[in-house]
Design a protein around this ligand. Structure first.
Ligand code: PEP
Ligand code: MN
Length: 356
């Protein structure tokens, strides 16, 4: 039998097609209630999210309304009959959230990076049977993500889910946080039983990309989505560019195609299809990485042109090959393959520089 919210009340995050939505931040009682009423009316949302304590990059920004927002959230929960979720970063946050009957806690990306903080949260959760979602760390270090899961499991937390919200990268990309799909795919392989949720809002940082990232994640057999929704995004105090109205959310969710559950692993076709989709996305990522490499190559070409030096510098090419072969050996790729691949990249690099 498929596990649903109804037949598995113990683990409310275990449901194919789980939807967590709500504003980035609780800003006022009116803002939270208005948004909640509009979301609840659609009957598409399972869990209402709202940030109460906001980790801002720079001081002076809106840092959340604090504990008083928990009372609004409780009111929203009672009014709409939705489960609730908040981000916690300290033991005190955990204590406060639990005292206001919050159903799901999540550990934010800036907290997952810090083992001290994660341990503090884990200690505060000991023996609570609380449901906890763990966002990926801001930096692409899968070990920190794994470590956070292990710290919670060690104190007896069993209802754990994972949220993929993308990774910080240097320079401009089309994303606010680059998805780097290979990391969540590896995480899913390591923890096949944990519900996997995609947060397209923080991956995209804008509204335009939300649907495509959300659909990508469901194609990769994720279990749910966390999407920021505000009744009036333009007036939002945090993340205004990525929040959508409840109505826009509803339209987006209608478009999402949830593939059949792959939980029946004996189903060979499903398994194969899932693996093929993973290959497709990894290939896409590889192509976009190669394209980034070519952009750097072009910049080098410009510098060479300005200083009037030759395109081909054999010393540098040997160095690149040597590095690549060393790396290939570590990750068990054959020398022959690596040479062929690097040669192809090199030929393309020369072509790119010749066009300058
Ligand atoms: C959030 O969910 O509003 C948030 C702060 O997210 P993240 O930890 O992914 O940056
Ligand atoms: Mn946000």
């Amino acid at each position: 039998m498929e596990t649903t919210l109804e037949n598995n009340p113990k683990n409310i995050i275990y449901k194919k097609g789980l939807i967590i939505a709500g504003p980035c931040s609780a800003e006022s009682e009116q803002q939270l209630l208005q948004t909640t009423i509009e979301l609840a009316a659609q009957k598409k949302v399972d869990i209402l999210r709202a940030g109460i304590w906001k980790p801002r990059t720079n001081p002076g920004g809106f840092e959340g309304v604090g504990t008083k927002g928990l009372a609004w959230l409780l009111k929203a929960k009672q009014l709409a009959g939705l489960k609730t979720a908040v981000e916690v970063a300290t033991a005190k946050h955990v204590e406060d959230a639990l005292s206001f009957d919050v159903d799901v806690l999540w550990i934010g990306a800036r907290t997952t990076v810090n083992p001290f903080s994660v341990q503090q949260i884990a200690d505060a959760l000991k023996e609570t049977k609380q449901t906890v979602l763990i966002k990926n760390p801001v930096n692409p270090d899968i070990k920190l993500w794994i470590g956070a899961v292990e710290r919670l499991q060690k104190v007896g937390i069993t209802n754990i889910g994972l949220i993929h919200r993308g990774f910080t990268s240097y320079g401009n990309t089309e994303y606010r946080n680059v998805p780097m799909w290979q990391i969540p795919i590896e995480m899913k392989r390591l923890f096949p039983d944990l519900p996997f949720i995609c947060d397209p809002s923080h991956i995209c940082g804008n509204r335009i990309g939300l649907y495509s990232v959300a659909q990508k994640s469901t194609d990769l057999d994720y279990d749910g989505l966390m999407i920021e929704s505000h009744f009036d995004p333009e007036s939002a105090l945090t993340d205004k560019n990525q929040q959508i109205t409840p109505d826009e959310l509803s339209k987006l969710l209608d478009k999402i195609e949830w593939k059949k559950s792959y939980s029946n692993e004996s189903n060979f076709v499903n398994k194969l299809e899932r693996l093929r989709e993973q290959i497709n996305y990894l290939d896409e990522e590889l192509i976009s990485l190669i394209s980034n490499r070519m952009k750097v190559v072009k910049e080098i070409g410009n510098i060479k042109k300005e200083s009037n030096v030759t395109i081909l510098q054999s010393g540098r090419y040997s160095e690149i090959i040597e590095r690549a072969l060393k790396k290939a050996k570590q990750v068990e790729l054959s020398e022959e393959f690596m040479k062929t691949y690097m040669e192809a990249v090199h030929i393309e690099s020369i072509r790119v520089q010749n066009t300058i």
